[in-house]
Design a protein around this ligand. Sequence first.
Ligand code: ADP
Ligand code: ADP
Length: 232
Amino acid sequence: MIRLKNVSKIYGSGAQAIEALRHIDLEVPQGSIHGVIGLSGAGKSTLIRCVNLLERPTSGSVQVDGQELTRLSGPALNQARHQIGMIFQHFNLLSSRTVYANIALPLELMGMGKAAIQERVKPLLELTGLSDKTGTYPAELSGGQKQRVAIARALASRPKVLLCDEATSALDPQTTGSILELLKDINERLGLTILLITHEMEVVKSICHRVGLISDGMLVEEAEVGEFFTSP
Ligand code: ADP
Ligand code: ADP
């Protein structure tokens, strides 16, 4: 579902150049939960942002569901991005919009009508346990609730892939657990492919099928989760 081939990313140029990703090969099969773990500055954020071209790789190939994204730009890239949802450490909700209006936003931007939007949003509110919060503003929500809104918003365009950028790093352990349960549920019920980056071992252990270790811009190790943590 996600295939990165020989992806490199260099920020800046000349003496200031930073090689954030070096020759990354990554394959995430449909329906799996794949984690990439690494220290701060290792390249995790850059890697996940290259998957939906929030960062454009300096070289290499990025395919999602068989489509080469690096050849796309403008409206064609926006169209392709409907297949790729993303959630962030700090939720990135719009504070001036209610829970409902945050979730509806991507659908409004796609030009969908009010009735169709309502039909999409309602089951997402149920799935994420937010049915009684539709008129609430983000400032009145807990961190876990905010991330649930962000998850519902990410799912609104019915993506095939969900990218999670340190999605639980701002949450306490108990809330982290409940968000991870929700992601697992979404993976199982919707067959959604999930790629997540984290610096937390526990996150990887509790929901990932496979895990890769990134260090200094290189994927240095990759294995099934059980194997990864028992290897000497
Ligand atoms: P991580 O997510 O693992 O903390 P990042 O992908 O954010 O790692 O960063 C990898 C390297 O690239 C770091 O050295 C970081 O300072 C650098 N970097 C990240 N984004 C930029 C940018 N927009 N411009 C210049 N350097 C960047
Ligand atoms: P995150 O919480 O997503 O890891 P960061 O605080 O690492 O975010 O980075 C925030 C933004 O700043 C990102 O868009 C990242 O690409 C950019 N960035 C990170 N490191 C650098 C850097 N050394 N120079 C310029 N921009 C950077």
